[in-house]
Ligand binder design. Structure first.
Ligand SMILES: [Zn+2]
Length: 136
């Protein structure tokens, strides 16, 4: 437990040595950049698996064809408009998994593989065009 006195000392020390601390941090990040990159990738993969597991209700699996390879699984917006939604929240790819995790796994999403996701998109698009509508 950090006391208020220790916190005040740390704050004062930081303010007095700010430039030196930042310079050392920058040097350290540069020195360990490969290790940092690998750790971030690992964390991102773990987060993706956690999100896919949540929306699959267990082992990550495509809701349509049943494929379980996490390399080809993705999150599908059940009611469409995924592109618009991702643009609105400014989050794509791995950042989208972070967004889902940070927002307590909101409803309206399912796990599909890339093929099933593309097939769903094309089917919806064709139905929409057949009804006389345009994209999306
Ligand atoms: Zn599939």
């Amino acid at each position: 437990m950090i006391t208020e006195e220790q916190r005040a000392y740390s704050r004062k020390y930081y303010l007095e040595h700010r430039q030196e601390i930042r310079r050392n941090l920058k040097k350290s990040k540069l020195k360990h950049r490969i290790k940092i990159y690998k750790k971030e990738r690992q964390r991102g993969t773990e987060r993706k698996i956690a999100v896919l597991s949540y929306y699959s209700g267990g082992v990550p699996i495509c809701a349509r064809c049943g494929i379980t390879d996490v390399d080809v699984l993705c999150i599908d917006h059940i009611n469409g408009n995924g592109c618009r939604h991702r643009r609105a929240i400014g989050s794509q790819g791995r950042h989208f998994f972070r967004w889902l995790n940070a927002n307590d796994y909101p409803s309206g999403y399912q796990v599909l593989c890339f093929n099933c996701n593309a097939k769903k998109y094309l089917t919806d698009l064709r139905e929409n065009i057949a009804k006389g509508g345009i994209y999306g």
